[in-house]
Write a protein that binds this ligand. Structure first.
Ligand SMILES: [Zn+2]
Length: 175
């Protein structure tokens, strides 16, 4: 009887092993960059590309957020609840924006960071929708990334509230 149970267990184990497929996290896919000749994680040269041109290259959701300053729905972004170790780049051009060590768990519904790469972003006052906010843009391609608020944690006290769609995560293991 014991022997039969053992055999059954072995068969189940075997079946599990055969069915095992490595799970790829969505971040591993770099679909936006596939047909994008301007995307580079090493080139820091400033880009001056028209929206007409970007529209042909970028996925519709990325175009809407990055080039028309739309906002993804709260709690829907792929990096909202995500804590892998690595680097975050601009999904439009590949410019380095954030390190995972500056990401923190915020309840706002969007991926949040307390510090950005100084070479990666710049700021513009945004008074749209009756609010007074500070917009965060990519220094290399001028894409909209999100907004920064002063209610973040130490040491900076800042909360960079970003759209997941605008970000491209690369884990340290892939370097
Ligand atoms: Zn960019």
């Amino acid at each position: 009887m014991k022997f039969l149970i053992l055999i059954t267990l072995l068969i189940i184990l075997q079946a599990c092993t055969q069915n095992y497929q490595p799970i790829k996290t969505p971040s591993m896919k770099n679909t936006e960059a596939n047909n994008n000749p301007y995307y580079s994680r090493t080139d820091i040269e400033k880009l001056n590309i028209s929206n007409e041109e970007w529209k042909k290259i970028l996925a519709p959701d990325l175009y809407a957020i990055a080039r028309e300053a739309a906002t993804e729905r709260a709690f829907t972004g792929k990096y909202n609840e995500f804590d892998e170790v690595g680097e975050y780049y601009c999904a439009v051009c590949g410019n380095h924006l954030f390190r995972s060590t500056s990401k923190f768990s915020s309840s706002c519904g969007w991926p949040s960071f307390f510090e950005a790469d100084k070479e990666g972003v710049y700021y513009v006052r945004d008074q749209s929708y009756g609010m007074d906010r500070v917009e965060v843009l990519c220094k290399r391609c001028d894409s909209h990334l999100g907004h920064v608020f002063d209610d973040g944690p130490k040491p900076t006290g800042l909360r960079y509230c970003m759209n997941s769609v605008s970000l491209e995560f690369v884990p340290d293991s892939q370097k």
